[in-house]
Design a protein around this ligand. Structure first.
Ligand SMILES: [Zn+2]
Ligand SMILES: [Zn+2]
Length: 196
């Protein structure tokens, strides 16, 4: 770990549980988003994050930008892409950050370690070192080496509304109104509807 590491990075690592390439990427994405949207003050309620994967990067983005699942300003679209879109509701501005890191694409260490692992060798220490090196490289790289930043082409997602609760006719537990399913003429929750 570099010794000039910033406090917020150290705190993000603590939040996530470890340093890894995904966390490093998420950290860089989050810092770029705050800078581009002139929302340097973290935990700005006006910020919205839309993430297209649920990797380690998502933790850094929640921690650094203050956009969280619970507050409703952290939206997950399961496209499996390292693409992150941020909006500043105050200014109406939006940016889209697409990861495009090629630094480790042709690194021979990865396939080598994989091969040795498949042959039954314990390479966990070397794998860990590989991941640390990659994370450090991502933290050191220029923005242009790791992602492309452009204006967001789509408007910000709608703000979360407070919805009424209903009680499931089958299990008796409450659920958000919009998630109800009809089952044999009664309204039930999704898990109960999936039980058939
Ligand atoms: Zn991780
Ligand atoms: Zn139910």
């Amino acid at each position: 770990m570099p010794s000039d590491q910033e406090t917020d990075l150290r705190d993000a690592i603590q939040f996530h549980g470890h340093l890894c390439p995904g966390l490093a990427l998420g950290y860089r994405v989050a810092k770029a988003a705050l800078r581009e949207l002139k929302a340097e003050r973290p935990h700005d309620e006006e910020l919205v994050a839309l993430v297209e994967n649920d990797s380690c990067a998502a933790d850094a983005i929640q921690f650094i930008t203050g956009c969280t699942f619970g507050k409703g300003n952290f939206v997950f679209r399961d496209f499996g892409k390292h693409v992150y879109t941020f909006y500043n509701r105050k200014t109406g501005e939006g940016i889209r950050i697409a990861e495009d890191y090629r630094g480790y694409e042709n690194d021979p260490r990865y396939p080598e370690l994989k091969k040795r692992q498949e042959a039954g060798e314990d390479v966990s220490k070397e794998f860990q070192q590989y991941k640390m090196d990659k994370a450090a490289a991502i933290l050191r790289a220029d923005d242009a080496e790791i992602f492309r930043i452009e204006r967001a082409a789509t408007p910000a997602p709608e703000e979360a509304k407070i919805r009424a609760s209903l009680r499931c006719s089958r299990c008796g537990e409450k659920f958000m109104e919009s998630r109800g399913r009809m089952n044999n003429g009664v309204v039930v929750c999704i898990p109960c509807s999936e039980k058939g």
